[in-house]
Design a protein around this ligand. Structure first.
Ligand code: QAP
Ligand code: CO
Length: 169
């Protein structure tokens, strides 16, 4: 296992559109294990492969209190079940230190492959529904800051660019 380096906004590599996984093999399972180790170490509740500079459609999530419910989503497809909106103060390991309210549908259906390449479907509401939508956005090169005003987004970008310069990241 390994802790991977997480790309930070405004790194242009976060804008890549990830490719579907065609075969769930040992190299994908290795990536998944490394992504969990990286996410738990951070600590975070969700991580998309895009954030560790691997442009494949793989997401890991664990929204449990005690890191006991690891969820893997390969090639996730999201359908909205209920247009009722839900506001949540989102953060992102690629936008460290910033949390802002984002509005998304509260009830979705997610169909994906698990780590054995088997198809499964869940219909989450609330935090898990928010998290899977946030992570699926990463696979399309999208970040939660894209939902904010241009002014808020550019303020965040400038602060992070300044930190990156000071840290020579
Ligand atoms: C995405 O985000 C998410 O700023 C996962 O300094 C977040 O795990 C989905 C983190 C909220 C739904 C709701 C952020 C860690 C972790 C930071 C994360 C930080 C350290 C973010
Ligand atoms: Co994120």
């Amino acid at each position: 296992m390994a802790i991977l380096k997480i790309l930070e906004f405004p790194d242009p590599r976060l804008r890549n559109v990830a490719q579907p996984v065609t075969e769930v093999d040992d190299s994908i399972r290795q990536l998944i294990d490394d992504m969990f180790e990286t996410m738990y170490d951070a600590p975070g509740v969700g991580l998309a492969a895009t954030q560790v500079n691997v442009h494949k459609r793989v997401v890991v999530i664990d929204t449990s209190e005690d890191k006991s419910e690891p969820l893997v989503f390969i090639n996730p497809k999201i359908e909205i079940l209920d247009e009722t909106l839900f506001d949540y103060e989102e953060g992102c390991l690629s936008v460290p230190g910033f949390y802002e309210e984002v509005t998304r549908p509260r009830h979705v259906r997610v169909t994906a492959l698990n780590r054995n390449g088997e198809t499964f479907t869940i219909e989450p509401e609330g935090l898990l529904a928010v998290c899977i939508q946030h992570e699926a956005d990463h696979l399309d090169g999208k970040l939660f800051v894209d939902y904010l005003s241009n002014m808020k987004r550019s303020r965040i970008r400038k602060k992070l660019e300044k930190q990156h310069k000071l840290a020579e990241k």
